[in-house]
Write a protein that binds this ligand. Sequence first.
Ligand SMILES: [Zn+2]
Length: 301
Amino acid sequence: MRQAVVGIDVGGTRIKSALVTPDGQVLAETVRETPDQVGARLGEVAADEVVELTASAGEAIDLLAVGVVVPGLVDDVAGVGVWSANLGWRDLDLRGRVAAHVDVPVAVGHDVRSGLLAEHRLGAAREADNVLFVPLGTGLASAILCRGQLVTGSLWTGEIGHVVVAPDGPLCACGQRGCLEALSSAGAIGRRWSEATGLVGDAEEVARRVEAGEPEARRIWQEAVDALASMLAPIVAGVGTELVLVGGGLVHAGDTLLAPLRTALRARLGGPEDVVVEAAALGARAGALGAATIALDLVGR
Ligand SMILES: [Zn+2]
């Protein structure tokens, strides 16, 4: 029997899962839409993922553990989802709900912090110990690796999405104006462009129009880049980041995103710091592989 863990990344739009061996081999993956009221049904959802992944592995699986990662405020130790704006829960006993439906130990973590762990072990941050990871997706959060250790302070660690960067900026889902997430997340870029033009399109569409030189798309794109750089520069300077890893769906835009971000970041740093800005390697899989990573850590593998 092949030993493996299941990692489950519960996102605002999709649930991505992976069956991973202790040496990092991905045996099977699934992606599904996030159902309504996912918090209340999380145990059943996780059990379904385990059944589907182990059945599609093509060999008998000795399941060692399950890892679940979620956005928002997460108490990794207690296994509780303290708050998620996108998924609409407060103080949800994630570990308890999943453990009631699977027969193995359950690890719970934050999607972005766990994603950075996966990038550090398997992805684009293998050679770097001082890393700032920023996935741009439906929402926006960050994680910091400092001297090879994840920075975890309070529950708010890395939650930069609702820091106000433009007091007169667009309204955010949280009720404030000008949050970083309301300007620089993939969701915000698509929404702002649609509102400005009356056309339907997501951030990928905006990226294509930026490349085609369309002025409105370029204005919204540059505002997103400038807002992001103005948030990242003080973090880079403050903790001594060497590598900024940009992840999430928006990273498919490649240098359309990374080149202006490098320029904007260097313009704000100004001093002796030199920072490399690169695309994360694991892309949309970082969360699921991160969930597998914390599951492996939980059982000492
Ligand atoms: Zn906000």
